[in-house]
Ligand binder design. Structure first.
Ligand SMILES: Nc1ncnc2c1ncn2[C@@H]1O[C@H](COP(=O)(O)OP(=O)(O)O)[C@@H](O)[C@H]1O
Ligand SMILES: [Mg+2]
Length: 222
């Protein structure tokens, strides 16, 4: 039988203490297979971003196990986890999170240099070209439009050819037309590279473009 790329077992996460304690994720179980594109849906505040943070190793669960490519991230020492994330995962956020002091080109170059990619500079230029931003390579994020920033973020996330791409409402901060173009680009690149995708979205049309939808409600997946 095929082994899952991601396997989540009894994941739990709460915030706060005592009376104010909120159980956001109560019992999350999920398996994701290589090449799948998963839409993660749910109401605002249902815990989608929290779950994405756990899946991408940005935050740790209170309980449960998370396996990616057969490795248990819940038990991994911090340093190893950082390296695992840098070498296997791409992440895109609603707010872009580019490094404000680096140019578009330098933002894409950064993860490649961290991983000592043998042709980091060429690869960064190629990626900028593939998102249609060769002519903006020397610009700072503050000199780029929202859509351009998100295209840089997409190029950066895919730079290391991640094993899995996580995206948290990547068009949420863009107008409809720009967001649509960014999503077309994202789906196109994911398809070309056969990258496994977990996409948080509240847009049913975007969810339909994924191979599977999982819905978060009352702290569990439906
Ligand atoms: N760091 C945090 N500290 C306290 N509460 C948090 C934190 N992060 C998220 N929450 C709470 O967890 C719930 C789920 O948040 P979130 O995962 O951002 O939901 P969604 O992305 O589905 O809108 C919300 O009630 C939110 O207030
Ligand atoms: Mg969110």
């Amino acid at each position: 039988m095929k082994t899952p790329k991601v396997s989540v077992r009894h994941l739990k996460k709460s915030f706060g203490q005592g009376e104010g304690r909120v159980e956001v994720l109560k019992n999350i179980n999920l398996e994701i297979y290589s090449g799948e594109t998963i839409a993660l849906t749910g109401k605002s505040g249902s815990g989608k971003s929290t779950l994405l943070s756990l899946l991408s190793g940005l935050d740790a669960p209170d309980e449960g196990d998370l396996f990616i490519d057969g490795e248990n991230l819940s038990r991994m020492p911090e340093k190893e986890l950082t390296r695992f994330r840098a070498s296997r995962m791409g992440i895109i956020f609603q707010q872009f999170h580019l490094v404000s002091t680096l140019s578009a080109y330098e933002n894409v170059l950064l993860p490649l240099e961290l991983m000592k990619h043998p042709q980091a500079m060429n690869r960064a230029l190629e990626l900028l070209e593939s998102v249609g931003l060769s002519h903006r390579s020397q610009h700072l994020p503050s000199e780029l439009s929202g859509g351009e920033c998100q295209r840089v973020a997409l190029a950066r996330a895919l730079a290391i050819s991640p094993s899995i791409l996580f995206a948290d409402e990547p068009s949420g901060n863009l107008d409809e037309e720009t967001g649509g173009k960014v999503m077309d680009l994202l789906f196109g690149m994911v398809e070309n590279t056969k990258t496994t995708l977990v996409l948080v979205t509240h847009d049913p049309d975007l969810a339909k473009r994924c191979s599977r939808v999982v819905h978060l409600e009352h702290g569990s997946l439906l």
